[in-house]
Design a protein around this ligand. Structure first.
Ligand code: PDD
Length: 283
């Protein structure tokens, strides 16, 4: 079945889904995005993703392409048209089409593109075995709280991890872990979760917010502060969160096994309670 893609108001077959070569998303990476997962044909944490999109747009003085209610309608329509029961909806907004110039164009109309990806998320085999990470320097720009499409360094990081026989990378700045290439990073020591505090240095993960909320409800203690790679290697457990991975165990950091080298009990419990809550609240 050919995918149906949403482009600026139209639902079109993917071969016809096109934007201009003058689109600033293409020329300047002048765009922001969101990834929302789909379980049982429903959207997970939609409200959080929609609110963060509005924030990203505001921080870049970019026009919102439509209302939040319309965004939800388009998400649902795409899920329906593509018969997605499990997978993702990718959304990208760019500043739009204008002749190449560093200054923002005054009256460009934002571009809105959305597509779906069918994917096995719940029974992802690595959720059972855990993943291996390496540490790399965080050399990204200083506004990582804005979810921009400048993803070249995270792509390079994943390639560095692959070349080193690992699955992903955690980034380190001033001696402390910032986040994963496409996820937020956590460790567990003596039953307590530690994850970096929110600031411009990391993306304010929607899954992070939900996971900390369910941790609180489940009586699992947590602390929001930066930690070093050494502390992570000496932790009992490690994991990361993202919209596409939910809660994902990390079992090795720079070739050192974390704890017993297998997914830990706090991580597995959090994955379970997060998924239970997220599914209940799905729209
Ligand atoms: N990435 N940090 C970074 C740098 C990310 O790119 C992501 C998400 C997260 C987790 O945020 P959330 O829980 O809201 O997904 C943290 C998405 C999934 C991606 O680029 O595919």
């Amino acid at each position: 079945m050919e995918r149906i893609v949403y482009v600026n108001g139209d639902y079109v077959p993917e071969v016809d889904a096109k934007v201009s070569v003058f689109d600033r998303g293409f020329l300047m990476a002048d765009g922001v995005y969101e990834v929302t997962s789909v379980l049982d044909g429903k959207l997970i944490d939609f409200d959080g993703h929609a609110k963060r999109l509005v924030r990203s747009l505001r921080e870049l003085e970019m026009k919102a392409p439509c209302s939040e209610a319309d965004l939800l309608k388009i998400h649902r329509e795409l899920v329906k048209r593509n018969a997605v029961t499990e997978g993702l909806v990718y959304l990208q907004v760019t500043r739009g089409v204008a002749d190449r110039d560093f200054a923002y164009p005054k009256d460009a109309r934002s571009t809105l593109v959305m597509f779906t990806q069918t994917k096995t998320l719940i029974d992802n085999p690595v959720a059972k075995t855990g993943i291996k990470v390496i540490s790399i320097d965080d050399i990204r720009w200083g506004r990582r709280d804005i979810k921009t499409v400048q993803l070249l360094y995270p792509s390079m990081g994943k390639m560095m991890a692959k070349a080193a026989g690992a699955d992903d990378a955690w980034m380190v700045e001033d001696g402390k872990v910032t986040e994963g290439t496409s996820n937020n990073a956590y460790i567990v020591k003596n039953g307590k979760i530690v994850t970096r505090h929110l600031s411009n240095e990391i993306l304010h993960g929607i899954t992070r917010a939900a996971v900390l909320r369910v941790a609180k409800e489940a009586g699992i203690a947590f602390e929001e502060r930066a930690f070093t790679i050494e502390e992570a290697k000496a932790a009992d457990e490690a994991f990361f969160t993202s919209a596409s991975a939910f809660v994902m165990p990390v079992v090795e950091i720079d070739k050192t096994p974390v704890g017993a080298g297998v997914p830990g009990p706090v991580t597995l419990r959090l994955r379970e309670v997060y998924l239970e809550e997220a599914r209940k609240a799905a729209v």
